[in-house]
Design a protein around this ligand. Structure first.
Ligand code: UDP
Length: 248
């Protein structure tokens, strides 16, 4: 516990299979765009360390460091077209992460919801499960393959499909706060929250579709800071970091 935490009696636990969601902004420098391979290598090292505990890991990558469909549509691009462009952007991030993981001897597969056989396998649930059982890190690209959705929703969907015990939502802050910690020094971090707390208080954790899917299917979400070294490993080991969102 650190100053500003709220207290809760909910126990954490280590996990056997997790779905890690890494947003596109983790692939570039603070306030930047595009790809920064130092940042990508850092994510890869953290995944490798977590993998060392025998946990099976699937990673859903975002694409916001390259583009988002909603932003393009404000510039006049048809929304669905912009969304497909956004989904293609996630494939670029997936290949960058695959390269970084393979350079440090982590076996990976990229599986894409949008078929592009030269660079990735198609996402086939059973195939993904087989890769996970063999210890390969599965990098899931192309979002859901459908416009008007996000990679947070993809993460919730895939987590359920592959039987992940938790959705690890990697962010740049230490968890969910009652107000913006950058602007309010007295902001308090929640140790745990219920899905309804998130919805009723309008807390910016994930989009509504993603939160609703987690709530309906009872999938816990751990929101944690990816920029703290070793945090993916701590998250899979069930150490008390971040904010755990669950049924309450
Ligand atoms: N996207 C989509 N359908 C999906 C997933 C993603 O249309 O199932 C598009 C959407 O335009 C989105 C972009 O891909 O803005 C990049 O994904 P996202 O914004 O979720 O990336 P992140 O914010 O995690 O970097």
């Amino acid at each position: 516990m650190t100053d500003g935490d709220t207290v809760s009696g909910v126990a954490r636990r280590s996990y056997g299979r997790v779905l890690l969601k890494v947003s596109g902004d983790a692939f570039c420098r603070e306030e930047g765009t595009g790809l920064d391979m130092d940042e990508v290598r850092d994510i890869a090292r953290q995944i490798k360390a977590a993998r060392g505990h025998g946990v099976e890991i699937a990673v859903v990558v975002g694409g916001g460091n390259i583009l988002r469909g909603a932003q393009l549509s404000t510039a006049g691009v048809q929304r669905a077209t912009g969304d497909y462009m956004g989904m293609l952007a996630t494939v670029i991030n997936a290949l960058a992460l695959q390269d970084a993981l393979e350079k440090i001897d982590v076996a990976t597969r990229v599986l894409s919801a949008i078929e592009m056989q030269r660079v990735a396998e198609p996402f086939i649930r059973r195939r993904c499960l087989r890769h996970l059982e063999k210890g390969r890190v599965c990098i899931l690209a192309g979002g859901t393959g459908n416009p008007y959705l996000t990679t947070d929703t993809t993460a919730a969907l895939r987590a359920k499909e592959i039987g992940a015990e938790v959705l690890l939502k990697a962010t740049k802050v230490d968890g969910v706060y009652d107000k913006d910690p950058k602007r309010h020094p007295d902001a308090r971090r929640y140790d745990t929250l219920s899905y309804l707390d998130v919805l009723n208080q309008g807390l910016a954790v994930m989009d509504l579709t993603a939160i609703s899917l987690c709530m309906e299917t009872g999938l816990p979400i751990l929101v944690f800071n990816l920029k703290v070294q070793g945090n993916i490993e701590r998250a899979v080991r069930g150490e008390r970091i971040g904010t755990l969102i669950h049924a309450g």
